[in-house]
Design a protein around this ligand. Structure first.
Ligand code: PLP
Length: 383
């Protein structure tokens, strides 16, 4: 039999699957994968059920390929309201199967074999896989721990005549960093200087804490003309299984994205889009409780980790916390396995999110999007 694709044969099982499998085997409390262990809002689940009963209006058949118009309108209104960004529902917004599809179609829409794409490590693991599936090359630049800062010389050195794009993620998984306006302007100016696109993954846009503020890079200077802004309802509404995300970009870029999307999935779950259109209209009344719930979980978990003699790095955004490994000389993978077998708590070893630096080997990533009792039980085991 002939071999499968060379690119695909190089891919390994994702670290999330590996750790969740091990956690299940040892009945460990799973703080590894990034999703809540509690349900999304019941009113929104009701909206989904209502949409399922609209079969006579065709809501159980294929949705329009770019997405249900009312959802695209709600997305557009929210960008205007929160960030003074204008995206036309008709030509600049494409609904995707979660942010993951938006990340993938961005790579396929923009890249030719041999192009280079800058990725900031640690990175969300689908960036590099998407770049490689497009035949392009990922050029890693390290966000240096513990502050996860860029070295600007290193960043500029990664750009060159072959650079087609940069993947940016703010608020950043796994570090919890929220990029400042100054940092975004410097990154945007580099992208401009090297005529590169910016693929900006903003799925944690509403999960910022204390005085951190999320700024979409497309809202700064004239960077919008070269930016694909990606987000998702999965994290914001705690319904990651519905996989409703989107990509927003100027018309010519959106056209290219839609061409890939139509031959990739064609369209996304119709009833879930109808429900999410309603959810986005109610976001103003939803967000305050969402934010305060996660702020409390962040405090509870960080305080608890400190009491267990860990020294967590308080995240400015996302629902992850990076924590230096207390044992010198133990790698993140060894330590995570030990935590699962001995303490019955699963975390993610962040070295999986690096191509170049070894920084990840010194940290653990915990997810605190869990019920308070789950967090308390995990802390009891860690004590
Ligand atoms: C940074 C980042 N981007 C994208 C995603 C995937 O989003 P979705 O579930 O909408 O595909 C995740 C999920 O963990 C993430 O952490």
């Amino acid at each position: 039999m002939k071999e499968v694709s060379q690119i695909v044969s190089g891919f390994k099982e994702s670290i999330f699957a590996t750790m969740s499998h091990l956690a299940n085997q040892h009945q460990a409390i799973n703080l590894s994968q990034g999703f809540p262990d509690f349900d999304g809002p019941s009113w929104l689940i009701q909206e989904h059920k209502k949409a399922l009963d609209l079969g006579h209006q065709g809501k159980n058949q294929y949705a329009p390929s770019p997405g249900v118009l009312s959802l695209r309108q709600s997305i557009s209104e929210n960008y205007r309201k929160f960030y003074q960004l204008e995206f036309s529902p008709e030509t600049e917004i494409t609904v995707t199967n979660g942010a993951t599809e938006a990340i993938f179609i961005s790579a396929l829409a923009l890249l030719n074999p041999g192009d280079e794409v800058v990725v900031l490590e640690p990175f969300y693991d689908s960036y590099v896989a998407s770049i490689e599936m497009a035949g392009a090359v990922a050029i890693p630049v390290t966000l240096h721990a513990p502050q996860f800062e860029l070295n600007w010389q290193e960043l500029e050195a990664a750009f060159g005549s072959k650079t087609k794009a940069i993947y940016l993620n703010s608020p950043h998984n796994p570090s919890g960093k929220v990029f400042t306006k100054e940092e975004l302007v410097r990154i945007g100016n580099l992208a401009k200087k090297y005529d590169s696109y910016i693929i900006s993954d903003e799925v944690y846009e509403f999960l910022t804490f204390e005085d951190a503020v999320h700024i979409p890079i497309a809202s700064l200077e004239d960077f919008g003309e070269r930016t694909i802004t990606i987000s998702s309802t999965g994290k914001t509404f705690g319904l990651t299984g519905w996989k409703i995300g989107w990509a927003c970009a100027p018309p010519a870029l959106s056209h290219a994205l839609r061409m890939v999307h139509q031959f990739n999935v064609f369209s996304v779950s119709h009833p879930a889009q109808v429900a999410m259109a309603c959810a986005l209209k109610r976001i103003d009344s939803y967000l305050p409780e969402f934010r305060s719930t996660y702020s409390k979980k962040r405090e509870l978990f960080i305080e608890g980790l400190r009491n267990c003699n860990f020294n967590p790095l308080a995240p400015a955004g996302t629902y992850f916390v990076m924590c230096p490994i207390p044992d010198q000389g133990t790698t993140d993978i060894e330590y995570c396995k030990k935590l699962i077998t001995e303490k019955k708590v699963a975390a993610i070893p962040p070295s999986a999110f690096y191509l170049k630096a070894k920084d990840g080997e010194r940290y653990l990533r915990f997810c605190f999007a869990k019920k308070d009792e789950t967090l308390m039980a995990a802390l009891k085991n860690l004590a």
